[in-house]
Design a protein around this ligand. Structure first.
Ligand code: 3PG
Ligand code: CO
Length: 562
């Protein structure tokens, strides 16, 4: 961009502190007893809804509105916060990988040549594929893994080891069995067709093994390292299906897909079949960044102090994509990530706007890293303050559904009342993090905690004469049960039991604006019925007193004579 100077807004002034509050996993859904938000006491959000249509409306938060391949793709925090912060809709990871695979470009990339040199070098060299075994389309997709394996085999891979993290979070709990069966079939095909020795070598539940994010708990990555790389885990089995079955039977309450302990597959002599050795190739097949950054550091960095790797094999490693473009991590990647430029964060900093951003660890990167277009640093140390509130470790999210809502609300209020910031941006994780457990009762409490947190923040906005913009990144808590897509009625399994819904949804999300500092003539336009999350950035820029850059999706607001 040649000039970063924003024009002043013709009517809206600068200098009113603006609270930007994201409720993670909170949307409008069917209002019945499985809608945790509906059941919860949420007087603050209810009062905001009563200001519709002038100051409350719904936004699209799924599918093509956030750059996903199809409108049957549910929203997620990565694409949601990217769209919110950037004000533009970028084609996101899943679609980019689809294209790279179907066009064959992936196999022509220099990074593919780099790993291929390792796995095709000698019959003893192994190609390891590590990632989330799921078709959720949030972090990874099963069909990508299949196409990748077949492509690698046809490019000379003779020995493939797959290290699988089971999901149960973006897809229903218990589906790990189906995914492992389907994967075993593909692996058998590879052996039959291509004479490739292809097997599952290790695994574990994604929340317990490997896929931590934002450096919340390195022990999770360490467990993954030991299982995938060293072939060392407390549980050893002769097949992946046996692992899932035996572990679940031994401890049905703890062993769900998300939280399986680490396990390795061993041969008849009890030796692990898929240790990573010198000269091997490793590809991580997740396209989403947040939960691959930590593992990538362990795989790539010579200097590494977060845990003792015991052995650091000399490997050729490529990510499905580059997980952190600022850190250039990993150096080798198969698909170029979306290049998100000119985010609202950067525009505002370059126009002197001071920002405070805060959440607890599990969502901290959402309002910083993803908001800023997948950049881990700040644009300007002087103008930005990022506060991370540590997430409690060793406790499941449904055991303490309040999480750090009170601490986040207090930090935001202090920031607003300090008058040191023009924009105070926060994320309340509860609806999402507790919603993912599938525990309806706990999720109701989670939503109440969020509503109380908002109330505290709005008190500070009132006192400071400020403005608020409250919105959400995607649905989750508003639907806690699996439904028949046609009738919307809850479905029961063979034994007559309801199926908890742990995943996100396709539902639209609310946005509300207000506060004593808001010009009385401001209202939502009525000519943008299909608006989505990407329309929020221009809205924020207006509320901070500027005209938005012309390449952003249009603002949601207009100013009428009061
Ligand atoms: C996760 O990583 O926790 C889920 O797969 C997606 O949740 P998020 O998009 O809300 O982070
Ligand atoms: Co989520």
């Amino acid at each position: 961009t040649s000039s970063w100077k924003l024009k002043p807004h013709p009517v809206l002034p600068r200098g009113k502190p603006l609270l930007v509050c994201i409720l993670d996993g909170w949307a409008e859904g069917i209002e019945d007893e499985f809608n945790a938000i509906h059941v919860a006491k949420t007087p603050t959000m209810d009062a905001l809804k009563a200001t519709a249509p002038e100051r409350w409306r719904l936004l699209k938060a799924h599918g093509s509105a956030v750059g996903l391949p199809s409108d049957s793709d549910m929203g997620n925090s990565e694409v949601g916060h990217n769209a919110l912060g950037a004000g533009k809709i970028y084609k996101q990871g899943a679609g980019l990988v689809d294209h790279a695979l179907s066009s064959g470009k992936l196999f022509q990339s220099p990074s593919f040549a780099y790993v291929k040199e390792a796995f095709s070098a000698s019959p003893n060299r192994t190609l390891h594929l590590i990632g989330l075994l799921s078709d959720g389309g949030v972090h990874s997709r099963f069909d990508h893994l299949v196409k990748l394996m077949h492509g690698c085999a046809s490019h000379g891979a003779k020995r493939i080891r797959v290290h699988v993290l089971t999901d149960g979070r973006d897809v229903a709990d218990g589906t790990s069995f189906q995914f492992v069966e389907a994967l075993e079939k593909e692996l058998a095909q590879l052996a039959k067709k291509g004479g490739c020795d292809a097997r599952i070598a290790s695994g574990g539940g994604r929340m317990n093994v490997t896929m931590d994010r934002y450096e919340n708990d390195w022990r999770i990555v360490e467990r993954g390292w030991r299982a995938h790389i060293l072939g060392d885990a407390p549980h050893k089995f002769s097949s992946a299906l046996e692992a899932l079955k035996v572990l679940k039977e031994a401890d049905p309450s703890k062993c769900n897909d998300q939280y399986y302990p680490p396990w390795v597959i061993v041969d008849k002599e009890g030796q692990p079949i898929g240790r990573v050795g010198d000269g091997d190739a490793v590809i991580t097949f997740n396209f989403r960044a947040d939960r691959m950054v930590m593992l990538s550091k362990a795989l790539e960095y010579d200097k590494f102090t977060h845990f003792d790797r015991t052995r650091f094999p000399k490997i050729r490693f490529a990510g499905m994509t580059q997980y952190d473009t600022e850190l250039k991590l990993p150096r080798h990647f198969l698909v170029t990530p979306p290049e998100i430029q000119g985010t609202s964060g950067e525009w505002l900093v370059r126009n002197g706007v001071r920002t405070f951003a805060c959440s607890e660890t599990v969502k901290f990167g959402h309002v910083t890293f993803y908001w800023n277009g997948n950049r881990s640093g700040k644009f300007d140390e002087k103008l930005e303050t990022y506060k991370e509130i540590p997430t409690d470790l060793d406790i499941q999210f449904n055991e303490k559904p309040r999480m750090k809502a009170d601490e986040i609300a207090a930090a935001a209020s202090n920031a607003i009342l300090s008058h040191k910031y023009d924009q105070v941006r926060i994320n309340f994780p509860n609806g999402d993090m507790v919603g993912h457990t599938g525990d309806l009762k706990a999720t109701i409490l989670a939503c109440e905690a969020v509503d109380q947190g908002i109330k505290v923040c709005l008190g500070a906005v009132d006192q400071a004469g400020g403005i608020f913009l409250i919105t959400c990144d995607h649905g989750n808590a508003e639907d806690m049960v699996k439904r028949d897509p046609k009738t919307g009625k809850p479905v029961r399994d063979a034994s007559g039991k309801l199926q908890p819904l742990t995943s996100h949804t396709l539902a639209p999300v609310p946005i509300a604006i207000g506060g004593p500092g808001l010009h009385p003539g401001v209202r939502f336009r009525n000519d943008l019925p299909a608006a989505g999350l990407a329309n929020v950035a221009a809205t924020i820029i207006n509320l901070l007193g500027f005209e938005a850059p012309s390449d952003m999706e249009p603002t949601l607001i207009e100013v009428r004579p009061p």
